[in-house]
Design a protein. Structure first.
Length: 278
C-alpha cells in the first residue's frame, strides 16, 4: 500500500506564482529603489582613489576600534587587495554587504524589540527563525529569481532574508536579559513603556544587539559570495568565475580578499562592542 505523496513542492510553487502575479508592483518598486541606492553607493566609493579610500577606511577603523593592530591589518589587507587587482570587485562586495546589512538591521531590530515586548509574538517568530537559520543558504536564491530576476537586487533580497535572524534573536535576548529589578525601579519612578525601552532596556541590551549586528554582517558577507551564482558579482563573482574556468590561483586570490574584508569587519565590531560594554 503506497501512501499518497503530499504536494508540498507544487503548493510552494503556487504560492510563489501568486505572489509574483499579484505583488509585482511591490517587487518592482523595491528593485528600483534598491538598485538605484546600490548604484549611488558604488559610484560614491569609486570616486575615491584606492589609496585615499584605504587611508580613510583605516582612519575609520581607528576611530571605532582604537586598536593599532586592527588598523595596521586594515592598511595591509586593503593594500594587498588593491595590489591583486581586486579593488573594483571589493568595492562592489562592500556596497552589497552594507546595503543588505542595513536592510536586515532596519527590519530585524524592531522585530526583536516587538518579540521581547510580546510573548505571543515571540512564540510565533522563534520557530520561524529556527527554520530560517537551518535552511541551506542556496534555497534562499530560489524565490529571489522570480521576484527580482538575476542581478544584485535579487542578491540583496536573499542576503537580507538569510542574515536577518541573528539581529532579531539577539535583540530580543538582550532586552529580556535586563534585570527585572531595574525594570521595576523604572516603573516605580513612573516611566512609560517607551521611556523604559529607550532609556533603560536598549542601552543595557546594546552589547548583545551589537553581537547580533556582527553576526548579521558575517552572514551577509558569506551570502553575498553564494549569491554570485545569480549575478551578484563582486569578490564572490570572481570566485564563481574561477570555479567555472578552473583558475585555482584567481579563486584563492578572491577568497583571500573575502577573508580580509571579513576579518576587518569582525574585529572592528568586536572592538566597538567591547568599548561599549566598558
Amino acid at each position: 500500500m503506497s501512501i499518497p505523496r503530499l504536494p508540498l513542492g507544487p503548493a510552494i510553487e503556487s504560492v510563489i506564482d501568486f505572489l509574483v502575479d499579484h505583488f509585482a508592483f511591490l517587487t518592482k518598486a523595491f528593485s528600483e529603489v534598491t538598485g538605484r541606492g546600490l548604484e549611488v553607493l558604488e559610484a560614491s566609493f569609486a570616486l575615491l582613489p584606492p589609496w585615499l579610500f584605504i587611508l580613510l577606511a583605516a582612519g575609520l577603523v581607528w576611530l571605532v576600534s582604537r586598536s593599532r593592530g586592527v588598523t595596521f591589518f586594515s592598511l595591509l589587507g586593503l593594500g594587498l587587495i588593491w595590489n591583486l587587482g581586486l579593488w573594483p570587485a571589493t568595492l562592489s562586495t562592500i556596497a552589497l554587504v552594507l546595503a543588505a546589512t542595513c536592510l536586515a538591521i532596519l527590519i530585524g531590530v524592531p522585530l526583536g524589540i516587538l518579540a521581547a515586548m510580546s510573548r505571543p509574538l515571540a512564540r510565533c517568530i522563534m520557530p520561524v527563525l529556527d527554520v530560517m537559520q537551518t535552511m541551506p543558504a542556496f534555497v534562499y536564491l530560489i524565490p529571489a529569481i522570480p521576484f527580482f530576476g538575476l542581478g544584485k537586487v535579487a542578491a540583496i533580497f536573499s542576503t537580507v532574508i538569510f542574515s536577518m535572524p541573528p539581529a532579531i534573536r539577539l535583540t530580543c535576548l538582550g532586552i529580556r536579559q535586563v534585570p527585572p529589578e531595574l525594570t521595576e525601579c523604572a516603573e516605580a519612578f513612573g516611566s512609560s513603556r517607551w521611556q523604559r525601552l529607550v532609556k533603560l532596556e536598549l542601552p543595557l541590551a546594546a552589547p548583545t544587539i551589537m553581537a547580533g549586528v556582527n553576526q548579521t554582517i558575517m552572514l551577509a558577507l558569506s551570502m553575498v559570495v553564494i549569491a554570485a551564482m545569480i549575478g551578484a558579482k563582486g569578490l564572490g563573482g570572481e570566485v564563481w568565475k574561477a570555479i567555472q574556468r578552473l583558475q585555482m590561483g584567481n579563486g584563492f586570490e578572491a577568497g583571500i580578499g573575502i577573508v580580509i574584508v571579513a576579518i576587518i569587519l569582525d574585529r572592528v565590531l568586536q572592538k566597538a562592542g567591547a568599548r561599549w560594554r566598558s
